[in-house]
Design a protein around this ligand. Sequence first.
Ligand code: MGD
Ligand code: MGD
Ligand code: SF4
Ligand code: MO
Length: 740
Amino acid sequence: MSKRLNRREFIKILGAGTGGALVGASTIQTFAGMKTASSADLITEGSIEKTPTYCELCFWKCAGWVHKKDGEPWKITGNPDDPNSHGRFCPRGTGGIGTYTDPQRLKTPLIRIEERGKQVFKEATWDEALDYIAAKMNKIKEKWGPECIALFTHGSGGTYFKTLLKGFGSNNIAAPSYAQCRGPREEAYLLTYGEGVGSPERTDMVNSKCIVLIGSHIGENMHNGQVQDFSEAVANGATVITVDPRYSIAASKSKYWLPIKPATDMALLLAWINVIIEEELYDKEYVKQYTYGFEELKKAVKKNTPEWAYPITTIKPHLIRETAREMAKNAPATLVHPGRHVTWYGDDTQRVRAGAILNALLGSWGRRGGFYAPAKAKVEKYPLPEFPKPKKDWKDAFPDQFPLANLALSSGICDATIPTPGKDCSFKGWIVYGTNLPLTLPEPKKTIEALKALELVVAIDIMPMEITGWADVVLPECTYLERYDDIRISPGRESTIALRAPAFEAKYDTKPAAWIAKELSKKLGLEKYFPWETFEDYLDYRLKSIGSSLEEMKKIGVKKLAHDEDLYFLNGEEYEFGTNTGKIELYSTALEEHGFDPVPKYTHHEEPPEGYYRLNYGRAPMHSFSRTTNNSYLTDLMAENVVWINPLIAKEWDIKTGDYVVLKNTDGTKSNKIKAYVTQRIRHDSLYMVHGFGHRQKQMSTSYLKGADDTNLMSRVKIDPIMGGTGMRANFITFSMEDV
Ligand SMILES: Nc1nc2c(c(=O)[nH]1)N[C@H]1C(S)=C(S)[C@@H](COP(=O)(O)OP(=O)(O)OC[C@H]3O[C@@H](n4cnc5c(=O)[nH]c(N)nc54)[C@H](O)[C@@H]3O)O[C@H]1N2
Ligand SMILES: Nc1nc2c(c(=O)[nH]1)N[C@H]1C(S)=C(S)[C@@H](COP(=O)(O)OP(=O)(O)OC[C@H]3O[C@@H](n4cnc5c(=O)[nH]c(N)nc54)[C@H](O)[C@@H]3O)O[C@H]1N2
Ligand code: SF4
Ligand SMILES: [Mo]
């Protein structure tokens, strides 16, 4: 791997570029300029104390150090030994102290005293709150079976509740990171290569000579190590091809920006495949040795010429050819990035598969600059008794649907909670750990309908978010800076583990999830699933299995484990893939078996009606979803979101930058007021906003009604028939001028 950029070079790459009013560009500069922990930092001197942690502000889980000065919170820095952060934290991670200091945090267990949806609670002791939950859970178990309780989880502490629920007899455990995020990607790569992409992604971007980004807005999508890899590749002269209807930060670093008509990426991907096959630009040896179904693919894409794709995508044929040749020229060090949040239009598994096929033709899977084989640390599990076998699961609610869904669908569990004639068991209880479902699941009316129908809703959170307003019992967790959590085991070029230890004492009457789950297990008679005395004992047991200890990890924070496998594994050697044929399936036998197109095909998506625009959304570098929008350290950087409007459209509606507007969708649902940002950087057929704003909880006064909530405008989804992902870009919005 090449040498890392020094700080000055890094700033140059990320700060250089287009200038102008780039939202986020200055933040990337700040990120680049952030102090890298030096060896001097590693010495604990005088009044300065350091505790290892891994960040909980997003799911990249960077490892770092929490610094205290004279016992007071001082700063958080990256751990230089950590491959996820290389010693630098992003703006959100650096602002993590704001999570701990937020005065509006949940402070004590709460039990509802009014109807759901209003935050009217009485304060309770932990004993009262857990007794209440255990009694309701047992009642549901008796009446409906333990399987009628589901767990929604997103975040480190969810793992203890998974153990609890499995011990209780239910396997209905869902995370929004599947059906609302990367589910289609994992299934598409599994169908093609017999393996998923995983997180952190196994992309060898740092060594890529050509990077193709289909939507992926790296730089705004601030996954730390990935942004650093991208910057480094750009510094090394990699050609970047960005396909995005919006001029993203990544587009501003690109040689080619293809401002595609939204919802037509499949046509472009098929045209690229067509050019690469017709011009014989593919890796012939690789295709012959490793792939299955080349002839079928060739036949299927014969008609998908650049001229065919042009009127669909609005990308000129010569540009389609030129970019295809550029990819081939740099192959196999060409990476067609698999994306992450890929639940867009309902044909997402197929679209991502088209990208996977392109990677196979370029020979980039298993090769330098493409995809590497991640090393995985093996750390012994704490021995637990066997879990009971559930008699049913969420899939029973969807006979013959989503045959290739390998994980539970959060949206599916939500649907199966809404009482439906003819269905006997729907879900009766939800335990919600670290996910703000009213802002996370599209079709929010359905989420509310489901929440209203439940017999028990438990929310384990750190803030009085929208979800807690719907809970019968709210359990306040302490923040990640006040607790231990399980060992972070990250796959990557090297296998590493990281420790999170408490830097501060838990404020108020808050507790770590591990403690909460163990105490609840006692009330349910399930304590055998939490056999450890203290969580330190649990960690020490696991760490000793790899020759380390809690004591050692407290000193070093991150440990690299031995790794002797090859990163690049397809240089002519024999290899058996985990697909039906043992080959990379250009033609998918599994899809054929289930009656789906074995080779991806273009499907036309509905267009916005007259006067409406496509609702486009994404990320800002200084916020994560709705979880950071009340963090005062980060609201200093960005307090509300804005709606991007093309000047042509703004003129039509007489809207200027800075004006407040109200948006409404085709079903008449309206947004909060949101500031207009008139810019050439967005096509005329879409409006764009950052997700996570528009909170409706008065208890969070910093974020209350600041900006608009995109979820509220998502009253439609296009469901992926292969795995049940919720395509969320199927919504059309316009301006509601009478509300301005
Ligand atoms: N409209 C719309 N919807 C989306 C997306 C979008 O872009 N637009 N993105 C989708 C994607 S890609 C994803 S991955 C999901 C993300 O979905 P979520 O993970 O649900 O996102 P957040 O809104 O950050 O909600 C996190 C919740 O966890 C709480 N929390 C934070 N830290 C802790 C902690 O330490 N302990 C506990 N117990 N709770 C904690 C927060 O207070 C908050 O209530 O959303 C999906 N949904
Ligand atoms: N700062 C920050 N970083 C994050 C997160 C965060 O909350 N904050 N969340 C993390 C998570 S969980 C995820 S999943 C990722 C998500 O990050 P990505 O995977 O990069 O998300 P996408 O939604 O695929 O990308 C959004 C981009 O797609 C473009 N786009 C919209 N419609 C189309 C279309 O039809 N075609 C094409 N080609 N492009 C289109 C938008 O203009 C926008 O630039 O970000 C991660 N990184
Ligand atoms: S990318 Fe930023 S927010 Fe995410 S874990 Fe790393 S430092 Fe934290
Ligand atoms: Mo995500």
